[in-house]
Design a protein around this ligand. Structure first.
Ligand code: CAA
Length: 259
């Protein structure tokens, strides 16, 4: 299997790819190479029929403390613009399979933005989320002003982005930034459990469900519900729909073939 320098990739359960960000000395600061590796690993999992869901995690102290400040401090505008600096980060949002972020410790700047690009965020009680870019003379550059605002609303997003203040796990849960806080030390296990469960469903429906929820961020309610209904209709062309509904009627467990 492929070896990476900044991430670890494993299969902790059937159908689940676990990606561990692995620059602990730099609090998993997201340098360019790390994100390219993350893109390669997620794309590989996306194209592997044996994988149903992906978990991304860091370590106890940091999910990721942001883009690598040392790597970007001397970048000039012309270079940033011409190279579309950080543009490759958006590749993660094109992954079709569900991605769960298992967050402990710092999720700051690009780390918070990475978590927000995932589909579900679970957090340890010690997790801290923030967009401290303002303290560096810049602003969030990987979706922070957009996804945070969608998640927590204008006032809270403004306060976080303008002051750089962090919020804890409980506050992140109560504002809807994350799905829930789990017991200390269990966030990766919990995320793998959720990923396993997703992986056991019909994968065509899972992919359609992710596409549908994501459409809510792009479309009006009328267009969005129409898109959803069309996706719903397409699922009647799948064997998994026939199997899922037959199994319900026959009071047995479905066996999905992902077709
Ligand atoms: N980039 C590069 N290196 C980083 C880093 C980052 N984002 N965050 C931490 N590190 C490094 C530190 O420089 C330090 O390295 P050395 O041992 O070589 O000095 C090491 O990780 C440990 O960090 P600290 O000693 O600072 O640890 P701490 O516990 O005292 O503080 C912290 C933790 C409060 C998270 C602090 O590290 C910090 O403020 N980090 C920067 C957070 C930040 O500003 N993130 C936003 C980055 S900009 C961005 O992400 C742009 C975007 O929108 C994409």
């Amino acid at each position: 299997s492929k070896t990476y320098q900044n991430i670890l990739v494993s299969t902790p359960a059937k159908g689940v790819t676990l990606i561990t960000l692995n620059r602990p000395k730099a609090l998993n600061a997201l340098n360019s190479q790390l994100f390219h590796e993350l893109n390669q690993a997620t794309e590989k999992a996306d194209n592997d029929p044996a994988v149903g869901a992906i978990v991304i995690t860091g370590n106890e102290k940091a999910f990721a403390a942001g883009a690598d400040i040392k790597e970007m401090k001397d970048i000039q505008y012309a270079h940033a613009y011409k190279s579309n600096f950080l543009g490759h980060w958006t590749k993660l949002t094109t992954i079709r399979k569900p991605i769960i972020a298992a967050v402990s410790g710092f999720a700051l700047g690009g780390g918070c933005e990475l978590a927000m690009m995932c589909d579900i965020i679970l957090a340890s009680p010690n997790a801290n989320f923030g967009q401290p870019e303002i303290n560096l003379g810049v602003i969030p550059g990987a979706g922070g002003t957009q996804r945070l605002t969608h998640a927590v609303g204008k006032s809270r997003a403004m306060e976080m982005v303008l002051t750089g203040n962090m919020i804890g796990a409980e506050e992140a849960a109560s504002t809807g930034l994350i799905s829930r806080v789990v017991k200390e030390g269990s966030v990766v296990d919990e995320a793998v459990k959720v990923a396993s469960k997703i992986s056991s469903k019909g994968q065509v429906a899972v992919q359609a469900a992710k596409e549908g929820v994501n459409a809510a961020f792009e479309l009006s309610l009328q267009e969005g519900t129409r898109f959803e209904r069309r996706l719903f209709h397409t699922l009647f062309a799948t064997k998994d729909q026939k199997e899922g509904m037959a199994a319900f009627a026959e009071k047995r467990k479905p066996t999905f073939t992902h077709e």
